[in-house]
Design a protein around this ligand. Structure first.
Ligand code: SF4
Length: 622
């Protein structure tokens, strides 16, 4: 298809303001240092965005990014990422979704799609085998995610893979998601950026083929990766239990943020998890055709007040955000809220975090009467949750304040609420707690997109569960050398975990395969045969390091510095109740010292947090 073996070889550019469509051929010189996905997208955004660009203005870019291993044959290769400047944090934004659409985009001839400008009226971007057109999407306006998908199918797009935004994206909720079916690319507001551009849907159909440089060698490396996955003892847990399989253990180890992070454990983990398995779970599923691990869950609420049709959902982060965060023991209601968030196209973690924050504001008497009229915001009150989800997505009443995230909500509510608005760089915290594993605190503090559950979640498995991801040959220290609550001397470990955790998004795969034996070596084998380049695991780790640094440079250009590499006081403090109540060993005592260790390992200036000149030269970013 393109000139580069293993790639589709083209970038599609669509100027939504003028309707102009063009294609560009990336060169090996530009592509190889970043390879693809969130790495190459960082290069585009760094090169083409001006500092201070309004994230919801026409000058922001929205990128659909595949990686070279985005291929349903590769374990985890059903993947698509979205990158832009975040309206929630004002910094680097990326969000990934598991789906068939990434592979289809490559078959249609494109590795990347870059959207610029703003359409005057709602549009649907249709990409068909190397051709792109903008159609009216007036009929989709205001519709939920399932309704939009049904309308697309009815209007002739049943053979296309489509993404849509929900009403939350149309109303510019700052943590609106991009939805592919009922799977979400959430967190940092990519759905709001699409909404600001008046793009309600993108559909793709492709019949081409990406040709590997060494087809036999590629298939051999792919088969070897599948063998490793099949033989890993960890695969069973993902397939049988999905991410919710960890709920009880997270509660026990102090990794479950509870009551707006007042504690790191709840003591209800076993009951919540068993209700989910017995009442809500209906079967395992994959987010793309051919995923060998299929950790996705089909869930429903069969009957009762929260009756909910079967859908893809019930992930650990969603259920945690709608149970422990606000002391809600009604798991059916949590499943229902997850469904509503998906239907309305808003992020489940930030929505749950915002509601937990609101309940604490109410408890402390900080809310004006007009904000709470008709709402019982007592801790644990399930009945109010679905109502609040709708109010956030539709920006109604107090939901309009929460729709801008807890950082801005605290600025408006005042009364000292900043102290318990849990976020980093504006992104609400996910359902893992650094009081279980100290490296997670620095990972949260330094995350390019903020308090992120993706880059890297691996710190908990490393620090607390002593899992090394096969990264010891790349310099990772033996996790047994550290206690999970030890604070100093873990900077290098965190750097290596972060870089390894960055790789799947660069290559276009699912990171859960790192937990079942796929290391940079396996990725390098597949990639070398695919592209014809001779790539080592070490080169891949350096590529990830380069991407991490470039995304950081993007943030620095937007004004971020060491002062933004924070961990909220609430999260550093000894838990107020639960298994670890008052335990000062699990509290984060020397965050600055840990940050120093990490900066040292990264080659970043201790005072500013910027990569040193030496680091930039070493990575070819000078
Ligand atoms: S392992 Fe799970 S998250 Fe990853 S691609 Fe498969 S179903 Fe999706």
């Amino acid at each position: 298809m393109g000139m580069l073996a293993g790639y589709a070889g083209k970038i599609l550019r669509v100027d939504l303001s003028s309707g102009a469509v063009s294609t560009e051929l990336p060169t090996e010189e530009k592509l190889r240092p970043f390879l693809g996905g969130t790495g190459y997208a960082a290069r585009i955004l760094y090169d083409e965005l001006e500092a201070g660009t309004d994230p919801l203005g026409p000058d922001n870019l929205f990128i659909l990014a595949t990686g070279p291993l985005t291929d349903n044959l590769v374990p985890g290769g059903g993947s698509l990422s979205f990158c832009c400047k975040s309206p929630l944090t004002g910094g680097w934004a990326e969000a990934r979704v598991g789906c068939d659409m990434g592979g289809t985009l490559k078959k249609a001839g494109y590795d990347f799609v870059v959207l610029s400008g703003r359409a005057e009226r709602p549009v649907h971007l249709v990409i068909t085998d190397g051709r792109a057109e903008l159609e009216s999407a007036e009929h989709l306006k205001g519709r939920t995610v399932l309704e939009k998908n049904a309308l697309l199918k009815e209007s002739g797009y049943s053979e296309y893979d489509s993404l849509v935004i929900g009403p939350g994206g149309e109303r510019l909720v700052l943590f609106a998601s991009v939805m592919v079916g009922h799977r979400a690319a959430g967190r940092v507001g990519c759905g709001a950026v699409l909404g600001s551009k008046n793009v309600l849907a993108v559909s793709v159909k492709g019949s081409g083929k990406v040709v590997p440089a060494d087809a036999a060698g590629y298939m051999k490396a792919v088969r070897e990766a599948h063998r490793i996955v099949k033989e890993s003892p960890n695969t069973y847990g993902f397939t049988e239990l999905g991410t919710m399989g960890g709920y009880e253990a997270c509660d026990a180890m102090g990794d479950l943020p509870t009551k707006n992070w007042q504690s790191n454990s709840w003591g209800k983990g076993a009951r919540i998890a068993s209700h989910f398995v017995e009442e809500n779970f209906t079967g395992g599923t994959g987010c793309y055709k051919g995923c060998p691990m299929k950790c996705g869950r089909k869930v429903h609420v069969k009957d009762g007040k929260w009756k909910t049709p079967e859908h893809d959902g019930g992930e650990y982060e969603t259920i945690g955000s709608f149970t422990a965060y606000m002391l809600n023991e009604d798991v059916d209601c949590a499943v229902h809220c997850g469904y509503l968030c998906n239907e309305l196209g808003i992020d489940t973690i930030s929505t749950g975090g915002a509601i937990g924050f609101l309940m604490e504001c109410a408890e402390k008497g900080l809310l004006a009467p007009e904000m709470t009229r008709g709402l019982d915001l007592s801790w644990g009150n399930a009945s109010v949750l679905p109502k609040l989800v709708r109010m956030i997505a539709l920006r109604e009443g107090v939901g309009d304040i929460l729709a801008d995230g807890v950082r801005r909500a605290a600025e408006r509510i005042g009364g000292g609420s900043e102290a318990f608005a849990v976020h980093v760089k504006g992104l609400e915290g996910p359902c893992h707690d650094p009081r279980a594993a100290k490296t997670l605190g620095v990972s949260y503090g330094t995350g390019n997109r903020g308090m992120c559950h993706i880059h890297p979640l691996e710190t908990v498995a490393y620090d607390a569960s002593k899992f090394d991801f096969g990264l010891r040959p790349f310099g990772l220290q033996d996790p047994e050398e550290f206690h999970r609550w030890e604070e100093r001397g873990k900077g290098t470990a965190l750097r290596i975990l972060q870089d390894a955790g960055m790789l799947p998004e660069i290559l276009g795969t699912c990171k859960f395969y790192m937990y079942v034996g796929i290391t940079p070596r396996e990725y390098a084998e597949m990639l070398s045969a695919l592209t014809g380049w001779s790539i080592t695991g070490e080169e891949l780790m350096e590529t990830a390091e380069r991407a991490t640094n470039l995304q950081r440079l993007f943030n620095i250009r937007e004004g971020f510095s060491r002062e933004d590499d924070l961990l909220p006081e609430r999260v550093r403090s000894a838990p107020a109740f639960g298994t670890y109540a008052g335990n000062t060993e699990c509290s984060v005592r020397d965050f600055d010292g840990m940050l120093d260790d990490y900066y040292e390992a990264r080659g970043w200036d201790r005072a500013t947090g910027a990569p040193t000149r030496e680091t930039l030269v070493r990575l070819g970013l000078a």
